[in-house]
Design a protein around this ligand. Structure first.
Ligand code: NAD
Length: 257
């Protein structure tokens, strides 16, 4: 229960990596605040379930991470936090000269600017407590590029830069800020792409995963949401107190190539 007594906000956590991270933080004893832009019964039920399973405080707070005011309000409504995980993110794929302007703006807002707003709102409380952890879920695409993902890659490189700057501004204050850079992670979103890819490439599930989806991931294995959650818990541990302003790749060797 190394994180007992700490409160963690995880943005975009009603599915996928965010949910996995929230569960691992709760398993380590933290009270958790789940978030997304919807306000459904099942969102609140998800939080209640985590609270019961791990005997921690767990709440769901609706806030749209594309809006700066709501990002800051999330931190206010949570009563501040000890651990902030900026995870909310979306993707759109198109050549740069055809990239829809509204998609560019939404991706930059949700994947990058939201982390600026939540961090700005959370830091004063962390400074007052002399302890804080900011963990930004970037991507292998925060360190490398692929065609047709200009907004996502610009945003994720931006998140890596933001993490370094926040680390410098908080150095020596008991606060760290780092970015986790996952390769392909098997989330419901990625799982849903497998049948289409099988059809398009006329391949079976295993072949399409190995040869198409994980072509850039030398391990040819997906990372799991539990592994991203475990890495987050490590960054919140005392062993990681001097790890700040850096990236941790969880990508099966992608960025070693
Ligand atoms: P996902 O779609 O399952 O999760 C995205 C989460 O963000 C969801 O909870 C969604 O509700 C939330 N969200 C979307 N728009 C939002 C908004 N406007 N306000 C609040 N919440 C919003 O996808 P995922 O794969 O779990 O992705 C989570 C993060 O991990 C993203 O930042 C993504 O870029 C990053 N990532 C994913 C992979 C991967 O392979 N899955 C790899 C590297 C990085």
């Amino acid at each position: 229960m190394q994180l007992a007594g700490k409160t963690a906000i995880v943005t975009g956590s009603n599915s996928g990596i965010g949910l996995g991270v929230a569960r691992e933080l709760a398993r380590a004893g933290a009270d958790v605040v789940l978030n997304s832009f919807t306000d459904r019964e099942e969102d609140h039920a998800l939080a209640a379930e985590i609270g019961r399973e791990f005997s921690v405080g767990a709440r769901y707070i609706k806030a749209d991470m594309s809006k700066g005011v709501e990002c800051r309000a999330l931190v206010e409504l949570a009563g501040g936090c000890d651990i902030l995980v900026n995870n909310a993110g979306i993707q759109h794929v198109a050549p740069v000269d055809e990239f829809p302007v509204e998609k560019w703006e939404a991706i930059l807002a949700i994947n990058l600017s939201s982390a600026f707003h939540t961090t700005a709102a959370a830091l004063p409380g962390m400074r007052a407590n002399g302890w804080g952890r900011v963990v930004n879920i970037a991507s292998a695409h925060g360190l490398t590029a692929s065609p047709f993902k200009s907004a996502y890659i610009a945003a994720k490189h931006g998140v890596v830069g933001l993490s370094k700057t926040v680390a410098l501004e908080t150095a020596g204050q008991g606060i760290t800020c780092n970015a986790i850079c996952p390769g392909y992670v098997l989330t419901p979103l990625v799982e849903a792409q497998i049948p289409d890819q099988m059809k398009v490439h006329n391949m079976d599930r295993e072949t399409v995963i190995r040869e198409v989806m994980l072509q850039r991931q030398p391990s040819r294995q997906f990372a799991t949401v539990e592994e991203i959650g475990g890495t987050t818990v490590f960054l919140c541990s005392s062993a990681a107190a001097q790890i700040t302003g850096t990236t941790i790749s969880v990508d099966g060797g992608w960025t070693a190539l």
